[in-house]
Design a protein around this ligand. Sequence first.
Ligand SMILES: [Zn+2]
Ligand SMILES: [Zn+2]
Length: 345
Amino acid sequence: MSFELFREGGPLQAKKTGQDQYSMSVSIPKDEDGRSARECPNQECSPGYFKVTPGTGITGQTIAYCPYCRKSAEPSDFHTKEQIRYAKELVAREARIGIERAMREALGLGSGGKRRLVDGLISVDLEIKSSPPSHVWRPYEDILRRDLICPHCTLDHSVYGFGVWCPDCGKDIFTAHVQGEIRVIESIVGDIDRRKKELGSRVAARDLENALEDLVSVFEATLKMEIRRHRKAKGDGDDAIDAIMKKIGSRLQSISNAIAIIPDFCDGQSLCAPDCEDQKKLDLVFQKRHPITHNLGVVDRKYIDKVRSGEVEGTEVRVEKAEILETAKITRRILLEFHNKLFTI
Ligand SMILES: [Zn+2]
Ligand SMILES: [Zn+2]
């Protein structure tokens, strides 16, 4: 007996394409902003997960790129495991419906699923119980993300962590990510006056402290990524690079230390000239974050000895709004210039 497992059409637009062969189309759900998820086919890639807005960027794209490791492959190779599971479950659901239908037809069961066969003394009740088609879960989506439009091909996409490459055109858009991160900090700082009015001066002060902490994090994380990428391009293996990063430790949280050590790891390339104005300014502000984070804003003697900034022990270290915005500007300039020095396009 032969039966058609799938009927043509239906929710998946099934089409018979050959003996026991069907083609079906599953539309991948988008998030509330119209983006659909992608996953790098390289298993080693981390975080390997990103999103793109269909219809932006390159049309008729034949090659897609991973924003983290630049693996290139056909766009369909970037479907996420969740999307593949989702598609398979939708197809399995249709198959179960098809099998059930075929069984009803074969057994001559009515729509109620029951038939009584009477043959002499034996009566057999046949019944088919249909279980409701199982619910198909939508792909799980992470809520932490960074949105970006590629300055080269206008692809609207999201990454989770720092991305380097545009998923559509494959160009280096690392500095766009860095600028995006700094812009987030600037917009938090830009909202301080309203927050102060609404939530009080302590909240506004903590916002500024957090913004400074975030700025130092962006500075350190960016330099770490640049060094990693530079070493990788030089042919260093992951173990050798990990050893270098261990050696560097947290020293890139200080601009003076960064200026001193970067040439050693980047073939003599300097972050910026030693003792330049930018260094003095950033040193002063970056240093403020130690008493803020370790001591809840109370200056200790070590800090005073180190910076000799005129703050008096026991008083709160003030981080001013203008100071953070100026620091953000300098940080952005230093990081962009360094990137262009290290990776001339
Ligand atoms: Zn990747
Ligand atoms: Zn692009």
